[in-house]
Design a protein around this ligand. Structure first.
Ligand SMILES: [Zn+2]
Ligand SMILES: [Zn+2]
Length: 351
């Protein structure tokens, strides 16, 4: 009853957004489809597939260091938003041009994802950030002054520092993510992320705000301890966003050796598998190093991940914004009786 009432409030907004924005963008992008079929099997497509990931990785680093050359200012903030609007405007048509799955090009969930993004932004600004700052100020700063500054290797080349911070941060993300899959109480929050039946550049941010809140702490606490320079933190964050967009992209990119280094579209598609054995692998957020070390890396050779993804252990899972917000509180209602137990991971060998 309560769920229905909340849905009644949000559904008209969601529908309006779908009709006015998502559907219109989708119509524009439809024009790319004939070209997409025409370039299938061509050298041009292959070049795009191989070069796009390294190009955007390097672009994020170059633009990032440029934006903080005079420190982090309000200009940096505005330019960063501008950069992601431009990147998004490039990625959207590219997903149409070289899609991994044509099924994933349909966008019935587009407006829900946008509402989740804004909902998380609102929650993040008013709830998560003040809590993070209070935690850092009250707890971490009391302990860290003695150990922080001296251990961060500021003399290393800035790019090396960025990758070092990326790897350190991902250690915490790895274990948090793995915990969410292995613990039934945590899974009910993370199931929102896995409820998506397609992957595309935008829905990496499809997370329940309470999951995002804990993740925010995981990002803030190690940062406060290691005390990396603000420029390094900023560029690492920027790079992480780009990797996150590629992790979920529907572009049929070929990463080659990068599939063994980063959390890539290919290995993350296995992570979204309906098959629990495949899904409980590849937990890395930015890099895949910790999966190699802790035995959860999964990338079988000569095989392609399926595009039939989503929650394998539930039925009638909500699809609306309000339904997803409330789903963790009613998770037991959606579980199939045979699979109402904790998801137990089965570590996979690398090959
Ligand atoms: Zn997951
Ligand atoms: Zn994901």
């Amino acid at each position: 009853m309560f769920v229905r009432t909340v849905e009644r409030v949000f559904q008209p907004i969601e529908h309006l957004f779908y009709v006015l924005v998502v559907k219109q963008i989708s119509r524009l992008l439809d024009h790319i489809d004939p070209l997409s079929y025409r370039i299938e099997g061509t050298l041009f497509r292959k070049i795009l597939q191989v070069t796009l990931f390294p190009f955007f990785l390097i672009a994020s680093l170059v633009i990032g260091f440029h934006l903080v050359r005079n420190g982090y200012t309000s200009r940096t903030f505005i330019a960063t938003i501008g950069m992601y609007l431009v990147f998004g405007a490039i990625w959207m048509p590219l997903e149409r041009l070289i899609p991994f799955s044509r099924k994933w090009l349909k966008s019935p969930d587009g407006s829900t994802d946008v509402m989740l993004l804004f909902g998380n932004k609102f929650w993040g600004d008013w709830i998560t950030k003040p809590l993070q700052l209070a935690t850092i100020a009250l707890v971490v700063q009391q302990i860290s002054p003695t150990i922080g500054q001296s251990i961060w290797p500021s003399a290393l080349p800035p790019v090396v520092q960025v990758f070092l911070l990326l790897v350190i941060n991902d250690f915490f993300r790895y274990w948090y993510h793995r915990w969410m899959h292995e613990n039934s109480f945590m899974w009910r929050w993370h199931a929102v992320h896995h409820s998506s039946e397609r992957l595309y550049w935008f829905n990496g941010s499809r997370v329940h705000p309470l999951e995002g809140m804990v993740h925010g702490f995981l990002w803030a606490i190690p940062l406060a301890f290691v005390k990396a320079p603000v420029e390094i933190v900023f560029v690492t964050y920027l790079l992480s966003r780009t990797i996150g967009r590629f992790q979920h992209t529907n572009m049929d990119v070929i990463l080659g050796p990068f599939d063994y280094i980063f959390s890539s579209p290919k290995n993350h598609r296995y992570h979204h598998s309906k098959n629990v054995q495949e899904g409980n692998t590849n937990y890395g957020g930015d890099v895949i190093l910790w999966d190699h070390l802790f035995g959860t890396f999964y990338l079988p050779k000569g095989k392609q991940p399926s595009d039939d993804i989503g929650l394998g252990d539930v039925e009638n899972y909500p699809k609306s914004f309000a339904g997803l917000m409330l789903a963790p509180f009613n998770h037991h209602r959606f579980q199939k009786p045979s699979q109402a137990s904790v998801q137990v991971p089965i570590p996979q060998s690398a090959e």
